[in-house]
Design a protein around this ligand. Structure first.
Ligand code: GTP
Ligand code: MG
Length: 233
């Protein structure tokens, strides 16, 4: 399948310079789209210079920081317009390991979507304290109780989608921004009766660059799941 890996970036110049070569080393046949929100650190310029060595790297430059959800929607739409058959979403900060891309990409043809998962057998988090594990597993437990599909890792953002699946979901109807963006896409697909598979991944904490996580994003996720279950869109 003609596959696009969409990587949203905000101030990730060091990470993106190292990640792009690793992605092509792991999966030589994919193309990459970096969706950058005009990062002040010049991430966009780094991507432009990468394009000299890697012709299959594309850059979608947006005007300003609008959040992860909007960046992904813009990247997915770009990929659908260009006719890619599969789209994978991946963070720039090496939390999602390029080594795990291959497993996601090769599982996808059999399913409508695949979910990189920390909480299935073979999945793992590296260097996470008990508190962090509790919050992540607790968040997925909470979503599972409310949304009633047996997904172990609802908030993970390392997922692969057949183009057809994204078309059926209807990207214009997706409202969520942060963690709940991942929950919302999975839930909408499952509600449509589509088949998803959790594939084990090893999740590592970022080493370089700053987190954009905030309590606002967590709070959004806590109330959004109720809206999703209620069919509010
Ligand atoms: N284009 C764009 N990318 C973003 C935005 N916010 C976050 N990102 C990117 O989305 C990915 C995930 O963001 P992180 O800051 O790592 O968030 P996180 O993984 O929830 O938090 P950490 O646990 O600290 O890594 C990274 O590649 C970020 O650069 C945004 O507003 N616009
Ligand atoms: Mg991260």
């Amino acid at each position: 399948m003609k596959t696009l890996v969409v990587i949203p970036t905000y101030n990730e110049r060091e990470n993106i310079a190292a990640l792009v070569p690793d992605v092509f080393a792991a999966t030589p046949n994919v193309e990459v789209l970096v969706v950058d929100d005009n990062s002040p650190d010049g991430t966009g310029d780094v991507v432009r210079s990468l394009q000299n060595h890697f012709p299959h790297v594309h850059l979608l430059s947006r005007k300003g920081k609008e959040g992860l959800g909007k960046a992904y929607i813009a990247g997915f739409k770009w990929g659908l317009e260009k006719g890619y058959e599969a789209i994978v979403q991946m963070d720039a900060d090496f939390s999602h390991r390029p080594e795990d891309l291959k497993a996601l990409v090769s599982a996808l043809p059999e399913y409508d979507f695949v979910m990189g998962s920390r909480w299935v057998s073979g999945g793992e988090t590296v260097n996470w304290g008990l508190g962090r594990k509790f919050i992540s597993r607790g968040g997925s437990f909470y979503a599972r109780q409310i949304l009633r599909f047996p997904v172990r890792d609802w908030t993970g953002g390392f997922n692969g989608w057949k183009a057809e699946t994204l078309r059926k979901i209807g990207l214009d109807s997706v409202r969520s921004e942060g963690y709940s963006f991942q929950i919302e896409l999975k839930y909408r697909a499952l509600k449509l009766g589509l088949h998803g598979k959790e594939v084990p991944i090893i999740f590592e904490d970022r080493i370089v660059g700053q987190s954009k996580m905030s309590s606002r994003i967590v709070i959004e996720a806590l109330y959004r799941v109720w809206g999703l279950r209620g069919g509010v869109s």
